[in-house]
Design a binder for this molecule. Structure first.
Ligand code: HDD
Length: 705
């Protein structure tokens, strides 16, 4: 039977069977009995008193003999494990991958052999730079790590929500991350790249320029983890049963469409709800609104790789979708939240080296370096080479080898044989290699001088940065410019600001000039000399978020500000219409206990007005009664509610009676983003308007600098 822990906890019946013990301070607590289990130590010894440590007399010293006390404190002292050196803050969920078709012509990877086959999956999303306790809406790349528990072992596709990276060679990763995280002397800023060290490093590393354009775009402030793309970044290989290799780039395309917040909103969301993204994912899955992505493959051969203007082994480059289309071959559905955050999300260990037969690496030097780093870091984090025994990391298939012992070994080879070859026969001699099923590396022919060197085409650092910028809508280009200006305004060293502009001059002169102007740079710097001549590229609409936005409001959230006297019929009609569209709705009221609507009924609210700012919603409605509007006009957070919704270009539905609140908040110009809701007939037009997500023409009016 389903139970509701919140309300159940309030039911006296649950405690009734158990004895209530009264402590010396008069406090009560529950004892085992009925269906309440007995508390034990880690050794299974039943505990009689978990409130008082053992001491000699009521005021005497605590005794060392108290093994229960010592074990409890000892375990508590060791609860924390080292957080991930990057991607420390993350959130995971379970689901499955379902293949649309057999891909046996291009790969013999088992999960792609049969149409409709489902493979269990675990996905962890993350930010990169912030510590574990940082806020969800930092401007940052999002990790998009997928563990697929295939029948031929675990395949980890450890990607990001951006298809390129800052650096081309893994040897620079420690420098990049040192520069991005808190500065070592002062220990700040937290979860931000808006500081001197970061911009110093990237401006001295021209290969970062393409990635800089992406991270200054709204890709780094996604509205939801559900509304962003994922990318495997590197070129990989797919290998079929005949041993033929095809190059591949992996994409995850959100079925819900892409959507981001605006920067000022992100700043405020981090204060209002630092857990915004994880709460959103948790709530969506619990509501049965399972997020879904399609797996897309860009497939190409050596011929294409040789003809392409850029090196397919260079992780700072994409292959435009218009050049090599994305073939959608299956879907990833997240349909189950974790049972325990630590056991699953924290202890999950992704390794790029985890590939399965039918998939192989390319020589991308970033990928090759990653293949060392991930396995290595898991030992540090999880403390034992047996981290694969943890349920979240264990393959969901037959595992048999002669590796043994080590800290926390939970599975050791059985019997006498722990080596091979041995002469103990098929029954007790243990496992052996399989020539048919075993993983074989693709026999790529590589030769050359042993040197520390990069391939020539890696040297074009600007052409694709320019392509990305020119592929954006005007609104998105403005956001990119604003983000550069914002971040560089936090950089204290003028020379670093100017150095960034010197790179932007190679990307787009108008952008560089706007950024220089926004910074108040006294003189325009010279363009950084490109190491290689730029090539002409075509704009790629696939790179724009706004050109790939949602088709409807499904999965989005509406915030409705109500007061005593709110029109009950209108509110009821709105609730029904919103539900039919698959939109989540929250009521925000002067008191969370609720409001008395026009029909005299009390309706509970989900938020008190100062805890439910409009930044938490995709669109808002103000249904205050005339008296309610008067009250809210004297409440600063209610005025912020409408002012922010306006400034963030949101659609605002309103009852006529609520108008005084807008006037008191200084919103005298009610543009087309405002939709009057006089009665239920007006609701469809409001929901239709909301499908555009924002009323962008307004944005230019609210930002003068
Ligand atoms: Fe990495 C974690 C993605 C380059 C070294 N990385 C980590 C995670 C993601 C990525 C999503 C979090 C996994 C999780 O949720 O547990 N990393 C990337 C992408 C890269 C990339 C898409 C470039 C294409 N990473 C990269 C390089 C190195 C690392 C070049 C080192 C040479 N990454 C790590 C790491 C982490 C990690 C130190 C920290 C925690 C972990 O591995 O498990 O090994």
């Amino acid at each position: 039977m389903a139970t509701d822990p919140d309300t159940d906890a309030l039911k006296p019946a649950r405690i009734a069977d158990a004895e209530i013990q009264r402590g010396q301070g008069g406090e009560t607590h529950q004892l085992a009995g009925g269906d309440v289990p007995v508390l034990t130590t880690q050794q299974g010894i039943p505990v009689a008193d978990d409130q008082n440590s053992l001491r000699t007399g009521p005021r005497g010293p605590t005794l060392l003999e108290d093994f229960h006390f010592r074990e409890k404190i000892f375990h508590f002292d060791h609860e924390r494990i080292p957080e991930r050196v990057v991607h420390a803050r993350g959130y995971g969920a379970h689901g499955f991958f379902e293949a649309y078709e057999s891909l046996s012509d291009i790969t013999h990877a088992d999960l792609f052999q049969r149409k409709g086959e489902r493979t269990p999956a675990f996905v962890r999303f993350s930010t990169v730079a912030g510590n574990k306790g940082s806020a969800d809406l930092a401007r940052d790349v999002r990790g998009f790590a997928v563990k697929l528990y295939t029948k031929e072992g675990n395949w980890d596709l450890v990607g990001n929500n951006i298809p390129v990276f800052f650096i081309q060679d893994a040897i620079k990763f420690p420098d990049l991350i040192h520069a991005a995280k808190q500065e070592p002397d002062r220990g700040f800023p937290q979860a931000q790249t808006a500081h001197d060290n970061f911009w110093d490093f990237v401006s001295l590393t021209p290969e970062s320029t393409h990635m800089l354009l992406w991270i200054m775009s709204d890709r780094t402030i996604p509205r939801s983890l559900r509304f962003m793309e994922g990318f495997g970044v590197h070129t990989f290989r797919l290998v079929n049963a005949e041993g033929k290799s095809t190059f591949v780039k992996f994409h995850w395309k959100p079925k819900q469409g892409m959507q981001s917040v605006v920067w000022n909103e992100a700043v405020k969301i981090n204060g209002a709800d630092p857990d915004f993204h994880r709460r959103d994912l948790w709530n969506a899955i619990l509501a049965g609104d399972y997020p879904e992505w399609e797996l897309g493959l860009q497939l190409f051969d050596e011929d294409f790789a040789d003809r392409f203007d850029f090196d397919v082994l260079d992780a700072t480059k994409i292959i435009p979708e218009e050049l090599v289309p994305v073939r959608r071959v299956g879907r990833l559905v997240l349909d189950r939240v974790v049972d325990n955050f630590f056991a699953e999300t924290e202890q999950v260990a992704f390794c790029t080296q985890n590939i399965v037969p039918g998939i192989d690496f390319s020589n991308d030097p970033l990928l090759q370096g990653r293949n060392f780093s991930y396995l290595d870091t898991q030992l540090k984090r999880l403390g034992s080479p047996n981290f694969t025994h943890l349920p979240i990391n264990a393959p969901k298939t037959h595992v048999a080898h002669f590796q043994q012992d080590g800290h926390m070994a939970m599975r050791n080879p059985g019997g006498r044989a722990n080596y091979e070859p041995n002469s103990w026969g098929s029954k007790i001699g243990g496992p052996r290699e399989s020539r048919e099923r075993g993983f074989r590396s693709y026999p790529a022919a590589d030769s050359g001088e042993k040197r520390r060197i990069r391939a020539e085409l890696f040297a074009d650092h600007y052409s694709q940065a320019r392509q990305f910028y020119l592929s954006q809508t005007e609104v998105e280009q403005t956001h990119i410019k604003n983000a550069f200006v914002f971040e560089l305004s936090k950089v204290e060293t003028t020379a670093i600001r100017a150095r960034v502009v010197s790179h932007l001059l190679n990307v787009d002169e108008a952008l560089a000039r706007k950024v220089a102007d926004g910074l108040g740079l006294e003189a325009m710097p010279q363009a950084a000399p490109p190491a290689r001549e730029l090539v002409e590229t075509q704009p790629s609409p696939a790179l724009s978020i706004l050109k790939n936005g949602p088709k409807d409001m499904k999965g989005r959230k509406l915030g409705v500000l109500v007061t005593d006297g709110t029109d009950a019929a209108l509110l009821g009609a709105l609730q029904a219409a919103v539900k039919a569209e698959g939109v989540m709705m929250e009521l925000i009221a002067p008191k969370v206990g609720g409001v008395k609507t026009s029909d005299g009924k009390t309706i509970e609210a989900q938020q008190k007005v100062n805890g439910g700012p409009s930044v938490l919603y995709d669109a808002v409605v103000v249904l205050a009664s005339a008296d309610g509007a008067k009250l809210l006009s004297m409440e600063a957070t209610a005025k912020d509610f409408v002012n922010d919704a306006y400034a963030h270009a949101k659609f605002i539905g309103y009852a006529e009676t609520a108008k005084p609140l807008f006037q008191k908040a200084g919103l005298t110009e009610m543009d087309e983003g405002f939709v009057a809701l006089n009665d239920a007939k007006d609701i469809p037009a409001f929901l239709q308007a909301c499908r555009a997500v924002r009323h962008w023409p307004r944005e230019a009016k609210v930002h003068a600098v």
